[in-house]
Write a protein that binds this ligand. Structure first.
Ligand code: GLA
Length: 350
């Protein structure tokens, strides 16, 4: 990496982007539907120190890798470097004047685990780059859209806005009911009493930039077109039933999943966690059978958690691997290898 002089550290900043758990509402975001995610306390921290010159130096601490590029012309790269270069390019394209900096990235959310290390990284990068440049923070919904462009146009994953909104707008102690058609966001307090939400890694790593995610998205687009709607969530359930084929199944999942989000919000408001568990199970069955986004490792993990006494368990996130979310009733011992998760604060400067 080219040597550059670090300017005195008084303008160094640290920013934290949280990962997310999605309680329910999977593959609904890019279909104009509903979801119920929350930010978690694990995530990515980016430390930004000002540099003289005109470059950005980056250290991915956990990977032992580095990058180095011109601030004014980040250029393309693969893997984690695409996130950094894309974030710099998109902030600049949004009219924000960034400053040369040395960035150190540290994560305590595993990559490819389904807890959205990507959104955590994007959010932390944005806040650190804005902070070190002394730039004003844009509206957070706009920032979430910007992060999503990084993912779509620089990383090559056609993901929706779920993860970025959860990371940038999450609230300590609450989940967010997000309507992706209007971008209306409502906080739903998550007071679980003695119940516990946990995640377990299925052991099958996933990547949104490859495999089934982009394919499912294309199928949803085809289904919406066949049903004559802009958003699959607006489709007539009867017409979706008649559609048949993979497109019909994808549509059925999306329509039913939106209803499950509403039912989960209602059950949480009255503290009916048994019903929440059944809705998680129903979501999993739908993601497996209608959305066809499961893999054997995820099935084995769901079964293990159910055998251990979970009231509900489901694959979480984009699918084809990653994490499983489970709801454990009071008194249920946590099975080996699971991690308790609770709603934490949104992305922030530390
Ligand atoms: C991934 C994507 C999100 C969303 C989920 C599925 O996490 O990043 O945009 O589509 O999958 O609900």
């Amino acid at each position: 990496m080219a040597a550059a002089t670090t300017i005195p550290a008084h303008r160094s900043v640290r920013a934290r982007g949280p990962g997310r758990v999605n309680l329910i509402g999977e593959h609904t975001d890019y279909n104009g539907g509903l979801a119920l995610p929350f930010a978690i306390d694990r995530g990515v921290t980016v430390t930004a120190a000002p540099l003289s010159g005109d470059r950005v130096e980056v250290v991915a601490f956990d990977l032992g890798e580095t990058d180095d590029f011109a601030l004014a012309d980040p250029g393309r790269a693969d893997g984690w470097r695409a996130f950094v270069r894309g974030t710099v390019a998109e902030l600049t394209a949004a009219g924000i004047e960034l400053a040369p900096a040395r960035l150190v990235i540290e994560a305590d959310v595993p990559r490819g685990s389904g807890l959205s290390s990507s959104a955590a990284l994007e959010a932390a990068l944005c806040l650190a780059l804005l902070g070190v440049a002394g730039a004003r923070e844009p509206d957070r919904v706009e920032l979430a859209k910007l992060c999503s462009r990084v993912e779509n146009d620089w990383v090559g994953a056609e993901t929706g806005l779920l993860d970025q909104l959860a990371s940038l707008l999450g609230e300590d102690g609450s989940a967010l009911r997000i309507d992706f058609k209007t971008l209306d966001i409502e906080t739903v307090p998550l007071e679980l009493g003695g119940w516990q939400l946990v995640t377990a890694d299925s052991g099958a790593a996933h990547s949104h930039a490859e495999g089934g995610y982009n394919e499912r998205r294309a199928e949803c687009r085809a289904a919406a077109e066949a049903l004559g709607v802009e958003y699959l969530s607006d489709a007539d359930p009867e017409a979706a039933r008649r559609l048949g084929g993979p497109e019909g199944k994808r549509a059925r999942h999306v329509l039913n999943e939106n209803q499950r989000v509403e039912a989960t919000v209602a059950a949480l408001h009255v503290g009916d966690f048994g019903t929440v568990g059944r809705l998680l199970d129903a979501s999993h069955a739908s993601l497996r059978d209608d959305f066809e986004a499961s893999v054997p490792e995820v099935e084995a993990t769901v079964e293990r958690l159910k055998r251990a006494g979970a009231a509900g368990a489901r694959m979480m996130g984009g699918g084809f691997g990653g994490a499983v979310l489970a709801l454990l009733p009071p008194g249920c011992a946590r099975p080996d290898g699971v991690v308790p998760v609770a709603p934490g604060p949104a992305a922030r400067r530390l």
